[in-house]
Write a protein that binds this ligand. Structure first.
Ligand code: FES
Length: 110
């Protein structure tokens, strides 16, 4: 198999130069690229887990990255239960890690 890298100068798609954006995560500024999801911005800043499971406190982050597992939930601009892997980051977004606690009577750790 031969790796093919199209030089930017001859790339027919003509990608534009990347544009950076800054969001706030738990009060700290985090820089990402225009077009990235919130999860993408977090992962690119070496943050692999950003919430804990409700019952056992296990680390959670992007698991499926396609919007199925709900492991990546965050609060964005005051809206709870936002899937970070599905929400495109916008400059100035205020992201807060979602910290939920579960009723111990409920068995499943989410
Ligand atoms: S990582 Fe699975 S829904 Fe976001």
């Amino acid at each position: 198999m031969v790796a093919r890298l199209v030089p930017e100068s001859t790339d027919p798609v003509g990608p534009e130069a990347s544009t950076t954006l800054t969001i706030t995560v738990d009060g700290e500024p985090v820089t990402g690229l225009l077009g990235q999801t919130v999860a993408g911005v977090l992962l690119a800043s070496d943050t692999l887990a950003w919430r804990s499971s409700a019952r056992l406190g296990r680390p959670r982050g992007a698991f499926c990255a396609i919007g199925v597992c709900f492991d990546c939930l965050v609060v964005v601009n005051g809206q709870r239960d936002v899937r970070a892997c599905q929400r495109r980051a916008e400059a100035g977004d205020v992201v807060v890690v979602q910290r939920d606690t579960a009723d111990p009577a409920q068995g499943e750790d989410r």
